[in-house]
Design a protein around this ligand. Structure first.
Ligand SMILES: NC(=O)c1ccc[n+]([C@@H]2O[C@H](COP(=O)([O-])OP(=O)(O)OC[C@H]3O[C@@H](n4cnc5c(N)ncnc54)[C@H](O)[C@@H]3O)[C@@H](O)[C@H]2O)c1
Length: 677
């Protein structure tokens, strides 16, 4: 045995044991990730193996080396399956976890929830959602993170880099307990190919948003945003009135996966009728058994006939069509079906990694082809996306309102060779010909005001706690302030009835900066008074201030700064400075490596006065940083909010506002200079 290994082992008290865990049995019926493709050369493969083995004592290397090699060869990466604890993982009540501080235990609840068979997309591969979004890279890291969380104290901070626990470092009680980053790459290497190499080497993790940020709450996390998007799409485009819903209106989309699974539920809550195409039968069954989709149709004809019946009666109904979205749209075009609202939520951010199933092949063929012939798979994806584009174009010409749903669909179509989808017909600098849901709807109606997907998890696991927090949150909302407040009030009023919980006792509720603060302080007081157990508060990264993503969250930023990642980075740093319990920053969340920088937070409500103090500064900053940036980019609603904030909180907040020049003056000045060019 190498002397250095003995010394290193002795120098660590937090480490993996020298005992080999038993190889786990894989339960039947649990979805498994496809082979991601082993593309490393021989030298790099040796490096990947060495990288994985550095987590375990040398005496285990001989046994583990061939096992890890086999995983890399057959799965395209090393998951270290042997280190997965046996059976189902799930977010247990917080007091059942070991730890030296509440935060250490609380994050174990959050991690285990992200890996629950009922919550995660590919639980054995640590993928929570979005085809490739992982909690951490492998089970070695999982085990080590848990050991660190058990040792975490209020005087230390745990640092994680792409799932790797770098260590515990002395800090102070008011500092974050966990700071983590995922998938960040140096600009020159910031692309999918380099990341794919780094991922195989075991040095980079794609955390999506709340997968690697440990804040996933199942499809509920997105359903409120989807509900808001659908309501406002109908209000803007279909003349249903300012408080109208989708009664009698058809919405077509695709995907019943991790996040996309929210579409069916949201369309029903919004009173409409939805047909959602899904190629994977198992996902349809999961959503159906969870009550997230009501009906299943095996043919396009059956799907449309059910939908028309429900529309006639103005009955809310969601229908899963088992098949490819391209086939469904082809049918709609051929039969002249009317499709007022249309979108897509396949995992186009990772189209060639299996996120988009090409038309003409089954889901099972797609999985086999990914492994056996990735080149041909790529060709089929491109061909299918081009066809998909043509069908949408025909429907749009006939009056359909199509919007990109933040899954990089239009970018994927562009990458498939359709330059026509770019606004300027050549590159994506000016965006695309169709709106992204943020550009038209969420940006101006929600993010510019600071409304975003605020959420909480009742760590006791007691549904009574969730009920009490729902009620308290509802009492904090003034339903007469803005239309958005009314929608949010209705949402929380009906939340329990809509049966949204999958996994931990969690709730999503869109709120603006002041609303988030008010509710957080109220909950912390309830914890202090012993009315409820501790609560983990957080948000999706898909929010006002936490994400720079030109095709999505920041697609309605029109001053040219949508390619900049300063806001998300500032948001992360500001949250850390103010003492949020967990601060996360990732590359690519939601749209893919190199296409976004996004961050989130976790804030533990333990009932203390100290937590009140952190909340008072951090909750407002987290949303207002985004409002300020949006105001500077001349987003009118953000300017309105910023003016209000400046006058309401003198001395505490002051946001720089733009002077807007006369359009004629600008064009005249430029035209004159242009002549001399
Ligand atoms: N709009 C938002 O707020 C938002 C939020 C989170 C994620 N997203 C994005 O939405 C996408 C989906 O996320 P997810 O978590 O649901 O991913 P997912 O991979 O869990 O689900 C996508 C589903 O689409 C299905 N599918 C793929 N190709 C298909 C086809 N041609 N026809 C029919 N079904 C097909 C897959 O079988 C899968 O079930 C991702 O790109 C994600 O980044 C958007």
């Amino acid at each position: 045995m190498l002397e250095k290994n003995i010394e290193n082992g002795k120098a660590m008290t937090i480490k993996l044991d020298a005992q080999l865990p038993e190889y786990p049995e894989f339960e039947e019926g649990i979805r498994r990730a496809p082979n991601r493709g082993w593309t490393l050369n021989k030298k790099e493969t040796e490096l990947a193996l060495k990288n994985a083995l550095r987590y375990v004592p040398e005496e285990l290397h001989e046994k583990l080396a061939p096992e890890f090699m086999e995983e890399l060869r057959t799965m395209g990466r090393i998951y270290a399956y042997r280190y997965r604890p046996r059976g189902r993982l799930f977010g247990k009540p917080v007091h059942e976890y070991k730890g030296k501080c509440l935060a250490g235990k609380a994050f174990q609840v959050m991690i285990d929830n992200n890996l629950d068979f009922e919550v995660a997309l590919y639980p054995y591969e640590l993928v929570t959602y979005g085809e490739t979004g992982q909690v951490c890279q492998n089970w070695l890291q999982y085990r080590l993170i848990k050991k660190y969380l058990e040792e975490l104290t209020e005087d230390t901070t745990l640092v994680l880099e792409s799932g790797h626990p770098v260590g515990l470092f002395k800090s102070r009680p008011e500092a974050p307990r966990v700071i983590l980053t995922n998938g960040l790459l140096v600009g020159l290497f910031d692309n999918q190919e380099e990341w794919h190499r780094a991922m195989q080497l075991g040095v980079s993790n794609y955390g999506q948003m709340t997968a690697g940020g440990w804040m996933y709450i199942g499809p509920q996390g997105i359903v409120h945003g989807t509900f808001n998007t659908l309501l406002n799409a109908a209000r803007q485009q279909l003349d249903v009135g300012p408080k109208g819903n989708l009664a009698g209106i058809l919405f077509i989309s695709s995907g019943l996966g991790g996040m996309s699974g929210a579409q069916a539920k949201a369309v029903e809550i919004a009173g409409g009728v939805g047909i959602i195409a899904e190629v994977d039968q198992s996902r349809i069954e999961t959503r159906h058994s969870q009550g997230w989709v009501s009906k299943i149709a095996e043919s396009c004809e059956e799907a449309f006939s059910m939908a028309k019946d429900a529309m006639k009666k103005k009955e809310p109904m969601s229908i899963a069509y088992h098949g490819n979205i391209v086939d469904l749209l082809q049918y709609a075009v051929d039969m002249g079906e009317e499709v007022p609202l249309l979108s897509d939520q396949t995992s186009c951010h990772a189209a060639y990694d299996g996120g988009y199933c090409p038309v003409g092949i089954t889901f099972e063929e797609r999985t086999r082809m990914l492994k056996e012939n990735p080149k041909e798979f790529r060709r089929l994806v491109d061909e299918s996306l081009r066809k998909h584009f043509e069908l949408i174009k025909t429907l749009v010409d006939r009056g359909t309102y199509f919007f990109d749903y933040g899954n990089s669909f239009m970018r994927a179509v562009f990458d498939a060779g359709v330059t026509e989808i770019a606004k300027n017909g050549k590159d994506t600098h000016e965006g695309f010909i169709w709106p992204s849901y943020v550009e038209d709807i969420m940006g101006p109606v929600l993010f510019d005001y600071g409304y975003g997907p605020f959420r909480w998890v009742c760590l006791s696991g007691d549904p009574q706690d969730l009920r009490k927090t729902d009620k308290a949150a509802m009492e904090c909302i003034d339903q007469n302030r803005r239309a958005q407040d009314y929608d949010n009030w209705v949402w929380i009023r009906d939340a329990e009835k809509n049966n949204l919980v999958v996994g931990t006792q969690a709730r999503i509720l869109y709120q603006d900066a002041e609303g988030r603060l008010k509710i957080a302080l109220k909950f912390n007081e309830m914890v202090r008074n012993g009315e409820i157990g501790p609560v983990m508060m957080g948000r999706d990264h898909h929010d006002t201030g936490g994400t720079d993503s030109p095709y999505r969250e920041t697609s309605n930023i029109k001053d040219g700064s949508n390619i900049c990642a300063d806001m998300a980075t500032q948001c992360f740093a500001g949250n850390a400075a103010r003492g949020m319990t967990l601060c996360a920053l990732h590359n690519g969340g939601g749209v893919g490596i190199g296409k976004a920088i996004n961050g989130g937070f976790g804030m533990l409500l333990d009932g203390s006065e100290r937590t009140d103090e952190i909340l008072r500064t951090a909750m407002m900053w987290d949303a207002l940083g985004g409002v300020a940036r949006r105001a500077w980019a001349r987003c009118e609603n953000a300017e309105e909010v910023s003016r209000e904030i400046n006058s309401k909180y003198p001395g505490d907040y002051h946001i720089t506002l733009p002077y807007v020049p006369d359009e004629d003056l600008v064009s005249k000045t430029v035209a004159e200079a242009w002549e001399k060019k």
